[in-house]
Design a protein around this ligand. Structure first.
Ligand code: CU
Length: 141
């Protein structure tokens, strides 16, 4: 019992000490079905630089989504769409990772260390980006 108490105390100290180094959490909600409005929303659109965890939830009933994290060269950078494919050409963008093939109702996570600048989060399943599955994120110092 004494051992358990000590273990718990040590654990509590670790927990209390953690917040100073804790990653910023950004909640990402994806939604939309085939033919319906598509959306990708963030619970905050401006965050501080550093370790960031994106908690991604696919709120759709039947549609699969994904989330790609892209660093932009500037806040007003235009993102070209390959009209024939109905998708963004990811090779021309600086991707920092993705949560792929997120099933309806599923959750995913992406961790990244973000430098100050402009970012976009998008779903690059055919037609989804154009339908509205994109959100800008600003990272400050
Ligand atoms: Cu999608």
């Amino acid at each position: 019992m004494r051992y358990l108490q000590n273990t718990f105390a040590a654990f509590a100290i670790v927990c209390l000490a953690t917040p100073a180094f804790a990653a910023t959490m950004v909640k990402v909600t994806e939604g939309g079905e085939g033919g319906g409005p598509m959306a990708l929303t963030l619970d905050q659109t401006t965050i501080k630089a550093g370790e960031t965890t994106f908690l991604v939830h696919n709120d759709a009933m039947t549609e699969e989504h994904e989330m790609v994290l892209v660093k932009l060269k500037s806040a007003d950078q235009k993102i070209a769409i390959d009209a024939a494919k109905g998708r963004v050409n990811e090779e021309k963008l600086q991707s920092l990772g993705e949560v792929s093939e997120l099933k309806p109702g599923a959750n995913g996570q992406l961790k990244a260390k973000l430098a100050p600048g402009s970012y976009v989060l998008l779903c690059n399943i055919k037609g989804h980006f154009e339908a509205g599955m994109q959100a800008r994120l600003t990272v400050t110092k």
